[in-house]
Design a protein around this ligand. Structure first.
Ligand SMILES: [Zn+2]
Length: 460
């Protein structure tokens, strides 16, 4: 449950296209599914959190560390390449006056302004997607296969991209019509009204997504196994969460990564675990993850994130108001853009937006990471599964660098690093050792996880 992620995914989902047929078998991963509590993390009177953390870290092979470091660090560069690729595409559409030509075409087709906006948007989205496709296919398909994260062959993957583009055409088209309507009708107050309209629209999309958008890509089914459902619902009741059912989503259709979330409110309130977590996580691990997700819910992270996002959206529109006139004065004529009410301005807005959000990356990451840390602490307190939590951190470390430097973590990490998460769990264990020494053979953290089928990855 990460509002900012969902919001940015909603934007990013407006991407991709083209043809090519190449299939790779789903990559497998050498990561053992069962993580055993190492000797140094077993309860004892000389229990030491740092030594227990090191012992957990030592369970990960050097090859695996190198592999996930590679995957994650190359992701830093991808952030930069994505940004630069977006800048180049925008400048190309503006500089060659393709954008002006797309507007002219839309104007020849109809006189009705909102329909012109929609026709422009369809052309813009298709052309920018095709231009960005080489990077998109590398990032979303080949790279994921190379590291054993992806489970789809090219055909189904490509169909998912087409679905994403169709959603981008419909939702982006509606938003573009609304925003140009605002700018045309309110030549002076458009920055504030535009911020309000885009904010309301995005929030609406985020809230309807679980019901209308998620099922386009995946199947969500109720979970019936009492061995899994009962402890989760007990945990929910203990935390005042009004959930009556637990759901699972077939995320393994696309990925080997684990995840879970708590979404909705009132009667729509639901807990969802993805099938990778169910398949690979031990019962202790699942409870630790669910405790974390419940922390997000109980600490009202969704409402706090909505407030944070409102500030970001307002700042963005103020920035747009301050920069767009200046850019038009310098290059408007050259690009054949008539003014801020002209749809041909879209690539310029996207360009200014990508600069804004690129610069905002460390701030967004730090905001999210702070909440994730809070949820970690809440999850430890409520699930009392520090070893399950350490196991989850190791599973998640398959695609996230385990032990980054502090500055690196501050800039690039939207969750605490694996090592910091394990240390937090072991510190919690050290300070609550009585919970573990009281029960001998059946100590909660020392239970052997059930044996899992082989293969794959994690996320939460
Ligand atoms: Zn979280």
């Amino acid at each position: 449950m990460n509002v900012l992620k969902t919001l940015s995914a909603a934007f990013i989902a407006l991407f991709f296209c083209a043809a090519l047929a190449l299939a790779q078998p789903p990559g497998s991963n050498e990561m053992p599914s069962v993580v055993v509590v190492p000797a140094a993390a077993q309860p004892s009177d000389h229990f030491d959190a740092a030594a227990a953390t090191d012992a957990y870290m030592a369970q990960i092979s050097p090859e695996r560390i190198e592999r996930s470091n590679n995957y994650f660090e190359r992701g830093y560069w991808l952030t930069l390449w994505d940004f630069l690729c977006g800048v180049v595409i925008s400048l190309l559409l503006l500089g060659t006056r393709w954008s002006a030509k797309m507007r002219d075409l839309a104007e020849r087709i109809t006189r009705y302004k909102p329909v012109q906006t929609f026709i422009y948007w369809v052309q813009y989205l298709i052309i920018s997607t095709v231009l960005g496709f080489p990077l998109g296919v590398y990032e979303g398909y080949f790279r994921e296969h190379k590291y054993g994260m992806a489970t789809q062959t090219f055909g189904p993957w490509f169909i998912d991209q087409l679905k994403g583009m169709a959603i981008g055409i419909v939702l982006g088209g509606i938003l573009a019509m609304l925003l140009f309507g605002v700018v045309r009708r309110f030549p002076r107050s458009w920055p504030v009204l535009g911020a309000g309209v885009s904010y309301a629209f995005i929030i609406l999309v985020v809230f309807i997504a679980p019901v209308f958008i998620v099922p386009i890509f995946n199947k969500v089914t109720p979970l019936n196994d009492p061995k899994i459902v009962d402890p989760i619902l007990r945990l929910a009741r203990q935390n005042g969460i009004p959930a009556k059912k637990v759901y699972t989503i077939d995320a393994s259709r696309q990925t080997t990564q684990m995840s879970a979330n708590v979404s909705g409110f009132g009667n729509t309130m639901r807990i969802t675990l993805n099938d990778n977590l169910l398949r690979r996580g031990s019962p202790e691990e699942i409870q630790a993850v669910m405790g974390h997700e419940m922390g997000h819910y109980v600490m009202n992270h969704i409402y706090k994130s909505l407030t944070f996002f409102l500030i970001v959206v307002l700042a963005f529109w103020m920035y747009l108001w301050g920069t767009i006139g200046w850019a038009l004065k310098h290059w408007g004529e050259k690009w054949q853009i008539r003014g801020i009410t002209d749809t041909a301005i879209v690539p310029l807005v996207i360009l200014l937006g990508s600069i804004f959000f690129f610069v905002m990356t460390p701030i967004n990451n730090s905001y999210t990471r702070t909440q994730e840390y809070e949820a970690d602490m809440y999850g430890l307190n409520t699930s009392r599964q520090p070893d399950g939590f350490a196991q989850a951190a190791i599973h998640l470390g398959e695609y996230r660098k385990m032990n980054p430097g502090p500055v690196e973590e501050w800039i690039f990490f939207d969750h605490p690093s694996g090592r910091n998460r394990i240390f937090a769990a072991m510190r919690w264990k050290a300070e609550n050792l009585n919970l573990f020494t009281a029960q001998t053979a059946a100590a909660p953290g020392a239970t052997q996880p059930a044996v899992q089928p082989a293969a794959d990855t994690g996320k939460k």
